[in-house]
Ligand binder design. Sequence first.
Ligand code: SF4
Length: 249
Amino acid sequence: MIGHSMLKTNNDRVQLKEIFTSIEGEGPYFGTKTLFVRMSGCHLHCYWCDTTDALAMNSGNSFSVDEAKDLIIKELQPNTYKINFTGGEPLIQHEAVAKLANFMKQKKDIRTYIESSCFDSIRFAKVIPYIDICKIEFKMSDSQVVDHKNYNDLLLNEIRCLKMAIMQDKATYIKIVVTGSSNVHEFRNLTEKIFEYAEPGNLVGFVIQPCYGDNQPGLEKLLSFYDCVYPIYDEVRIVPQLHKLIGVR
Ligand code: SF4
């Protein structure tokens, strides 16, 4: 596990950056009406992070877990397809996520979804029983998410989370963000490693997401990444972030 003081949190309280309804902008569930529960705090450092205002542990507001449950119920609109626990990094406050997801499943029988970097498989194991849909995000080394020394440890945790999600029969998909600097050879090796642990039939998707902004990859590079996956998994998709295109949060 990657050590950091931010990882010690108060179990009775939860720090929430925001709760809002919008349109899912990523992955195979894009376009669905979704309630986003954005948890505060992330100790990682992806240079293309688009939620930098949620990275500080003291961003947003502090609530008791019961207050947060009430807030989520109040914000939940009719016809919502799923609740996303997102961030920041939701595994920073994994105990609160487990309590809130469990509560929402009991109370409303609604799909729960976690968007995580999967940096800690022990924390992930505590949350996964209450989650229906798992985005397992694998970070390329050029994301600068962690330093070189900790990168292999991050990959190991991501693989363990993938195995756990599959074994527990969750709707599991892979997401990899790529940039103009991402290395195709590294991407191919990562893809092959993923499919050492996942059968194509275990997945509901494999999304290659081009980063947004200055270092966006061009078409030729995107197709090179696609070509690494397609021979193994022909349901691979290149999907940009829909919410950026239509200008919603
Ligand atoms: S893991 Fe997610 S929230 Fe954390 S820095 Fe990376 S993109 Fe941002």
